[in-house]
Design a protein around this ligand. Structure first.
Ligand code: SAM
Length: 218
């Protein structure tokens, strides 16, 4: 890909993790419908995944206006008919814009009755945000996903209270130093919260660089 305009940001990890994530998404996503990406960041994942996951529709989102400008820049740079403009979505909000009768203007040509949200994808957010973000994410998934709908999480996780790699110990420490409310989450805690929101753990995939893909189903 050439350069997007100046608003387009780069997160080098997306280049490394996008292919392995795509492989899992192709396996676990429902074949049709709309995918809502929560915390799209730069938008590099969105422009990579959307054309490869046709005919599904892809809605990117982020609460940060700088991130939304970056997503828009990448979208203009790599136009794909099934990729919508980014919406403002903070996972902690008690109601997300996509739940309202009046959709945000970016989504006016998307018929969510014809192409309902069948999956929510969330990559590298829950450890780089306060716990309230993933609690909100689970609550939103419970409200929005139809039976059989998929919640996909990607990131580093502790398992049974323990880090799975030395590099994750250091990463966790650096996160907590930046913000005491951030930190690598324990998979058991995340699964317990998910279950409390009627989301069942389907399976986990071991991913490169000591990350996991975690698949929940409504
Ligand atoms: C490390 S970045 C990951 C971005 C992208 N998914 C990626 O893998 O490159 C974390 C993102 O989470 C977003 N974020 C933080 N708190 C959030 C919240 N409460 N709801 C939704 N997104 C949030 C940030 O704005 C940021 O874009």
């Amino acid at each position: 890909m050439n350069q997007p305009n100046n608003a387009g940001q780069y997160a080098p990890a997306t280049q490394r993790n996008r292919e392995p994530i795509l492989e899992v998404l192709l396996e676990v996503l429902p074949p049709t419908g709309t995918v809502l990406e929560v915390s799209s960041g730069t938008g590099e994942h969105a422009v990579f995944f959307a054309p490869r996951l046709h005919p599904r529709k892809w809605i990117p989102s982020d609460p940060n206006p700088v991130a939304r400008a970056s997503i828009s820049a990448w979208r203009e740079h790599c136009p794909t008919d099934n990729l919508y403009p980014p919406i403002a979505l903070d996972a902690r909000d008690p109601v997300w814009e996509v739940e309202q009768n009046e959709l945000p203007k970016q989504l006016h040509d998307l018929d969510l009755k014809l192409h309902p949200i069948a999956a929510i994808v969330n990559i590298n957010m829950i450890h780089i945000a306060p716990e309230s973000a993933y609690l909100g994410l689970m609550a939103g998934a419970k409200r929005i996903l139809p039976p059989g709908g998929i919640l996909y999480l990607y990131g580093p996780f502790k398992q049974r209270g323990k880090h799975t790699a030395e590099s994750n110990v250091a990463f966790d420490q650096s996160l907590r130093a930046q913000n005491p409310e951030w930190g690598v989450r324990d998979l058991d805690d995340v699964v317990a919260v998910a279950q409390a929101h009627n989301l069942s753990l389907v399976r986990t995939y071991t991913m490169p660089a000591n990350n996991l893909s975690v698949i929940f189903q409504a």
